[in-house]
Design a protein. Sequence first.
Length: 183
Amino acid sequence: MPNVYLLLSRTDTLFARAMHGLTGNRYTHVSLALDRDLEQMYSFARRYEIAPLPAGFIRENLYDGVYGRSGTADSLVLELPVSQKAYDRIARRLEKMERRQLDYGYDVLGLALAWLGIAHQRRDKFVCSQFVAQTLQEAGALELPDHPSLVRPEDFAYLEPLRVVYQGPLAWAGRVGRRAMAA
């Protein structure tokens, strides 16, 4: 049975610090990965390291950009067993979105609505946690307790059947798979 992986993190960006201050949540960002080494990792976030906007669908890299300079940031890697059918659906959606990545934007309004507890759906606009939640739900990989727009990054840490495979500094998160292969 294949697995997908979620990386929860809180970097030192002004945006992440503000989100932490507003919510009190330990993790303020979530990414979806198709591999245990986190080499194929996707989310909704800033397109350029120097500014929070513009933002949208991006392929993330643990060793470049914000992640690359945030090696000591707290992180959590979660593993989700999925059926082959669900894995294939997730992979197809990610491929499709990557081909059209500039058509997708960050849902700044949705951030405020979610904070107020108002479920919403805007065409081609997401925040990181909504994107991950909706992708997993639509693939049949995960049942959610709330509307995808109301799921926060922190919430994934408490959802079944997700299980923790790593917790610690972000710089080491991608080595989870390599350590498992060596064992």
